[in-house]
Design a protein around this ligand. Structure first.
Ligand code: APR
Length: 308
């Protein structure tokens, strides 16, 4: 039997992700949204691309959680995107209500699933889903670091005229203004970028990465990024569904790792069939540790705003 993936929210991120997933041809996909008929229409359109592109994955849209039952993975993208001038943090109250209700339904209908949270503010929403679902921490993971790292890698590759495949990097911390790009660990074909670029230029690229989401929000005028976010989720799903055990930065519930307790923060994790199979602790410098703590404090503030 093929695996089953549910994508909650059939907006820009949700529908682009669903398209990417069905093209992988390794799972059937259910797209859920509260807007009547919309996910059904998008799903039917995607299904009809199957004969052309050669995939047999089934894709259906629904407004009823019964159709999502017993999913292996549920990706949550429902909610409001950021508007120009709005920080991720402003979104917390708006999306808390949606994610609270969605998580209850997801946990009831797919009690054994792995939840991937995409809705912003990401770390806070992952914390809420973990709290409401009662799932063990290996089965609730947030998508942020893969996207932030992809942005960092893009800018470095552009700057150096290098292949993005040769650029390796890590961005840790919360998905927001306090993210921590680890420039020290960034390499191009194994060569540290400190040997390839001036320190000031690296700092400028770090700052552009921090502002990466906002830059796109501003250009779009309405809505926020969805091509790179959906690609990032796809890589996480690949690693889980195919049990690839790739190590990538994701939001995970920390219980003492990195000196942080009881909070979702972006750190390197191993993703496999069990979800988060390991939280990888890399050695951080004192200043990196301080930045990570600041990032965790920002997540904590949001969690306090939610009152959970
Ligand atoms: N249940 C299910 N779907 C819902 C609910 C709900 N309670 N409330 C809203 N939705 C749906 C909307 O109907 C809409 O189709 O969520 C979808 C959101 O889609 P978009 O508005 O297109 O937003 P998108 O760009 O996809 O971003 C979604 O991902 O990257 C983050 O910050 C972004 O939090 C935002 C999320």
């Amino acid at each position: 039997m093929r695996s089953k993936i549910t994508v909650v929210g059939a907006g820009f991120v949700g529908s682009t992700l669903t398209q990417r997933l069905v093209e992988r041809d390794y799972a059937d996909v259910v797209m859920f949204d509260i807007i009547p008929n919309m996910p059904q229409g998008k799903a039917l359109d995607m299904l009809q691309a199957g004969p052309v592109l050669g995939y047999d994955s089934l894709v259906v849209g629904t407004n009823d959680y019964a159709g999502t039952a017993n999913s292996d993975i549920v990706v949550i993208t429902s909610g409001f995107p950021r508007k120009p001038g709005m920080s991720r943090d402003d979104l917390v109250k708006k999306n808390q209500e949606i994610i609270g209700q969605v998580t209850q339904e997801v946990a009831k209908n797919s009690p054994n699933c792995i939840i991937i949270m995409v809705t912003n503010p990401l770390d806070a929403m992952a914390q809420l889903a973990h709290h409401i679902s009662g799932f063990p921490r290996n089965r609730v993971v947030g998508m942020a670091g893969v996207l932030d790292t992809a942005r960092f890698r893009t800018f470095i590759a552009q700057e150096l005229g290098a292949s993005v495949r040769d650029v390796q990097a890590y961005v840790l911390g919360g998905h927001g203004d306090t993210m921590v790009p680890l420039a020290r660990m960034c390499t191009v074909a194994g060569v540290p970028i400190s040997q390839l670029m001036a320190a000031e230029r690296i700092e400028q690229i770090v700052q552009r990465t921090r502002d990466g989401g906002a830059e796109i929000v501003k250009l779009l005028g309405t809505g926020s990024a969805y091509f790179a976010p959906s690609a990032s989720v796809l890589q996480m799903v690949d690693s889980i569904l195919l049990d690839k055990k790739m190590i990538m930065p994701c939001a995970a519930y920390l219980q003492g790792e990195y000196g942080i307790n009881g909070l979702f923060v972006g750190v390197p994790v191993k993703l496999g069939a069990q979800g988060i199979e390991q939280i990888v602790e890399v050695e951080l410098s004192e200043s990196e540790r301080a930045l990570l703590k600041k990032s965790a404090d920002a997540v904590k503030e949001l969690v306090e705003v939610m009152g959970i």
